[in-house]
Write a protein that binds this ligand. Sequence first.
Ligand SMILES: [Zn+2]
Length: 109
Amino acid sequence: MKTKAHQEDDGARDAFLAAAVGLWPVAKGSLTQTRSPCARKNCKECASGRKHPKLIFTFREEGRLRGLYVRPPQEKLLRRAIANGRELERMMTAAGRGLVIALRGEAEG
Ligand SMILES: [Zn+2]
């Protein structure tokens, strides 16, 4: 037989997993717009100093800051993945707080 605390834990887990299912794709990092020169000869944009816009996805991997070039058509999807990642982190923070409060109640009850 499950205790009341265990039933509450199952409910919290089910609610978390149900919400997490909708958070795909997921990513952790940020998008930065930069400008870089191209390889073409006599490029007017580069000669003028404007160069070319480039979108970089920056993220940390094992403590190291890394960056990957993102093609313009992929920007929208990546922005959604980053937003999903932030929501998932918010959910994890709330779950941790809930866990400690539930454990405290179990020890006292
Ligand atoms: Zn150029």
